[in-house]
Design a protein around this ligand. Structure first.
Ligand code: ADP
Length: 393
C-alpha cells in the first residue's frame, strides 16, 4: 500500500469516527432536551399544594387543555372528568387567555350535571401560570344567587299580598261615601272595610314577625321555659275559635320538660299550628296536642282529623306565602306565612318541625326542640339558671 492509499484510508476513518461522534453528541443533546421536557411537564413548585388546599375550584391545564391538577372542589362541582375540562365554556375561557395572554374573569351559568336542568352559578378567573400552563379558579355563587332570588320573590309576594286588601279598602271607602244615605249599604260596606283592615293588620304583623325571626339565626337571650306553660298559653289563645266550631282541644298530660328559648316565639309557633289544625278540621272533630320527651328532644305534636295535605305539597307548605288552596286560605283569613313563622321560630331554637299527613285522614305537625337538661347552651354562662332547672320537679 503506497502513501496515497494510507492518506485516503486515514481520512475515511476520520470521517466515520467524526460522524459517529457527532451522532452521539446529537443523541445526547436530544436526550437532554427530553429530560428537560419531563422536568417542565410537572405543575410548578408550590402550585400543587395550593390547589390541594383550595376550598373552591382550582384547575391547572397544559397547552393541550389536559388537566394537570384539580382541587377536590373542581371535581365535586363536576368541572373535571377524566383529566379534561367538562364544560366547553371553561375550555373557551382557557383558550382565550392562552391566545391573548391577558387574565380574565367571568360569571357563568353552567349545567350542574349531565342530566336534568339544574345549573350552577360560577365566578371564574383564568390566568397564565408560567409560560406553559393556564390556571383556572372558580367560586360557586349558586347559593347567594338563590338567596337573592328568594329575597326578590319575597318582596314581589309582599307587594302582591298587600295590593289586594289595600285596593279593597280604597274601593270600600268610596262605596261608603256614595251610599251615605242607605243605612243597610253603609253597614255592609263598613263590615267589609273592617274585615279588609284586619286582614292588612294580620299580614303586616306576620311579615314583621317573620323578618324578625329571619334577621337572626339564633336567640339573643334564651331563658329556661317549662314547655307545658308554652302549650297551655297557645291552647288558651285558640279556645274561642275551637268552641265556635265545637272542636275539642284535647291536651295530653304534662311533660314537666324544659327548653331554652324565648317564650313568645314558641307560643306563636304552637299557636300557629293549633290555629291551622282548627282551620282545616270539620266541625265537632278533635284536635290533639301532646307533649313527650324522647332521647333528649321535647316533642310537641298537634294532630287534626281534617282534610289532610297531598304528598306533593308537603315540601312546599313551609315556604312563605305558599298555600295548597289559595282561595280557601284567603277566605279563612290565612296569610300564607304561618308555617314559615313556625319553621324559623323552631330553627332559631335549634329544633325542627316535621309533618305527617294523609288526604282524608288528617295531619300531625311535630315540633322537636332540644331538652334543656341535656343541652349545652350558650345560656350555661348563666349557671344559676341551669342549676335551678335541674332542681325543678
Ligand atoms: P295559611 O295562612 O294559609 O294557613 P300557612 O303557612 O299556615 O298559611 O299554611 C300553608 C298551607 O299549608 C295552608 O294554606 C294549607 O293549605 C296547608 N296547611 C297548613 N296546616 C294544615 C293542616 N293542619 N291541615 C291541612 N292543611 C294545612
Amino acid at each position: 500500500m503506497d502513501s496515497t492509499w494510507l492518506v485516503l484510508l486515514s481520512l475515511a476513518l476520520g470521517l466515520v469516527v467524526g460522524a459517529g461522534f457527532v451522532a452521539i453528541l446529537h443523541v445526547a443533546a436530544r436526550r437532554g432536551e427530553q429530560a428537560a421536557d419531563v422536568v417542565n411537564s410537572g405543575v410548578p413548585d408550590g402550585v400543587d399544594q395550593i390547589i390541594d388546599a383550595l376550598g373552591s375550584a382550582g384547575i391547572v391545564v397544559d397547552p393541550s387543555n389536559n388537566v394537570m391538577k384539580a382541587s377536590p372542589g373542581a371535581h365535586s362541582l363536576g368541572l373535571v372528568w377524566n383529566d379534561t375540562l367538562v364544560q366547553p365554556e371553561l375550555a373557551e375561557l382557557v383558550d382565550t387567555v392562552r391566545r391573548s395572554g391577558e387574565s380574565i374573569s367571568r360569571d357563568l351559568v353552567i349545567p350542574r350535571g349531565p342530566f336534568g336542568d339544574a345549573s350552577i352559578h360560577l365566578h371564574a378567573r383564568v390566568a397564565r401560570l408560567g409560560s406553559r400552563y393556564i390556571l383556572l379558579l372558580a367560586e360557586d355563587h349558586t347559593e347567594s344567587v338563590r338567596l337573592d332570588e328568594v329575597r326578590r320573590d319575597f318582596i314581589a309576594n309582599i307587594s302582591h299580598e298587600l295590593k289586594t286588601p289595600i285596593g279593597a279598602v280604597g274601593l270600600l271607602a268610596e262605596a261608603l261615601q256614595s251610599a251615605a244615605d242607605d243605612a243597610e249599604q253603609v253597614r255592609r260596606f263598613g263590615e267589609r272595610l273592617s274585615q279588609e283592615s284586619q286582614r292588612l293588620a294580620r299580614i303586616t304583623q306576620d311579615i314583621i314577625e317573620l323578618s324578625r325571626l329571619q334577621s337572626s339565626t339564633s336567640l339573643a337571650n334564651p331563658t329556661p321555659l317549662a314547655i307545658d306553660d308554652v302549650v297551655v298559653a297557645a291552647v288558651n289563645q285558640n279556645r274561642v275559635a275551637a268552641d265556635a266550631r265545637a272542636i275539642e282541644l284535647a291536651v295530653g298530660g304534662s311533660s314537666r320538660a324544659h327548653v331554652y328559648g324565648v317564650e313568645s316565639m314558641l307560643v306563636t309557633a304552637v299557636d300557629n299550628l293549633i290555629s291551622n289544625a282548627l282551620q282545616h278540621s270539620p266541625e265537632r272533630s278533635r284536635v290533639g296536642i301532646g307533649v313527650k320527651v324522647a332521647d333528649g328532644a321535647v316533642e310537641i305534636a298537634i294532630t287534626d282529623q281534617g282534610e289532610g295535605i297531598p304528598e306533593a305539597e308537603l315540601d312546599r307548605i313551609f315556604e312563605r306565602f305558599y298555600r295548597v288552596d289559595q282561595a280557601r286560605s284567603r277566605s279563612t283569613g290565612g296569610t300564607g306565612l304561618g308555617l314559615a313563622i313556625v319553621k324559623h321560630a323552631v330553627q332559631n331554637h335549634g329544633g325542627e318541625v316535621r309533618v305527617w299527613s294523609q288526604p282524608g285522614r288528617g295531619s300531625t305537625f311535630t315540633i322537636r326542640l332540644p331538652e334543656a337538661s341535656t343541652q349545652l347552651p350558650a345560656a350555661s354562662a348563666n349557671g344559676a339558671v341551669r342549676a335551678s332547672i335541674g332542681d325543678t320537679p
